[in-house]
Design a protein around this ligand. Structure first.
Ligand SMILES: [Fe+2]
Ligand SMILES: [Fe+2]
Length: 290
């Protein structure tokens, strides 16, 4: 690997820069254009860093990468701590983004969860909003940004041209490997997402951490919340089965809370902590193994 220095592998000033880019692609329906423009700054150096981020992501997210990351991280032998402590641990992820405009991780999670709660959804849905990005602790374990965030997509079959920056996949060795570069690759028609390897990142990681504890609807939200080429573009209908389609209604329900819940008034962590500690205690074990 020629690009081996950490800075070269993690070009974003903050993980939020990727999320802001998603927001530019999928702006909130009904929000006046002027407000949308606040997120748009096409001539910024951040645009170049987003491009570079996708170049690395698309080049290195191979079938082999996913199997290797699963073999490593699904041992859950890195750290064990109470859930709330893990959320605070995630919040130690500090980056060099502008502190005036960016939310810390805990605030994004609380805002997402509070917006879900305000709409009267079930408590497991609120909890899902609260923890959905905990998998980003992968960054704290030394993983480069392209192995933590970014739009997720299936590996082991042809990369869809509906994925953002599809041209960058030409540098991915799987694109010229005939085991993986056909429409179905190693899969079969509508074999179901459970039989498919998704690109590695915070979504897949947290799914495996929570899969024995949350309702299936919550697990779909966690596992596929960055799978924009499917939930926004329907690029992989040939791999989803009928049950996946049913469950994706929940992914669609969750997505606006993730993208559009930034509120001008930051939540007060100490006021909300008791409610979330209770939710954690209701659904999750006392500690989380990372
Ligand atoms: Fe996320
Ligand atoms: Fe998020």
């Amino acid at each position: 690997m020629k690009e081996s220095r950490k800075e070269e592998l993690s070009p974003l000033s903050s993980l939020d820069v990727w999320e802001d880019d998603v927001l530019k692609r999928y702006p909130e329906p009904g929000v006046p254009e002027k407000k949308k423009e606040e997120f748009r700054n096409y001539d910024s150096p951040e645009n170049d860093s987003v491009r570079e981020f996708y170049r690395l992501n698309h080049k290195y997210q191979t079938y082999g990468n996913v199997l290797a990351k699963k073999a490593n991280f699904l041992q859950f032998d890195k750290k064990e701590m109470p859930w709330w402590a893990a959320m605070e641990y995630l919040n130690t992820l500090i980056d060099d983004s502008d502190p005036d405009t960016s939310l810390d991780q805990l605030q994004h999670l609380l805002q997402t969860a509070e917006a879900i709660r305000a709409d009267g959804h079930p408590d497991w849905f609120v909890l899902t909003g609260f923890i959905h990005d905990l998998g980003k602790v992968l960054c704290l374990f030394g993983e480069p940004q392209w192995n933590v965030v970014g739009d997720s997509f299936p590996v082991g079959c042809k990369f869809s041209d509906k994925i953002v920056y599809p041209d960058f996949f030409s540098d991915n060795p799987d694109s010229t490997d005939e085991r993986y570069n056909t429409k179905y690759g190693v899969y079969t028609h509508q074999c179901g997402l459970d039989n498919i390897h998704m690109s590695w990142g915070h979504d897949e990681y947290l799914y495996h951490i929570t899969k024995d504890h949350l309702p299936e609807e919550a697990l779909y939200m966690i596992r596929y919340h960055s799978f924009y080429s499917q939930h926004r573009e329907h690029a992989y209908d040939h791999l989803l089965n009928a049950h996946d389609h049913e469950m994706f209604k929940w992914v669609d329900k969750f997505n606006p809370y993730d993208l559009y819940s930034k509120s001008p008034k930051p939540p007060v962590v100490s006021e909300l902590k008791p409610y979330y500690e209770d939710l954690i205690a209701k659904y999750l074990p006392a500690t989380v193994k990372l």
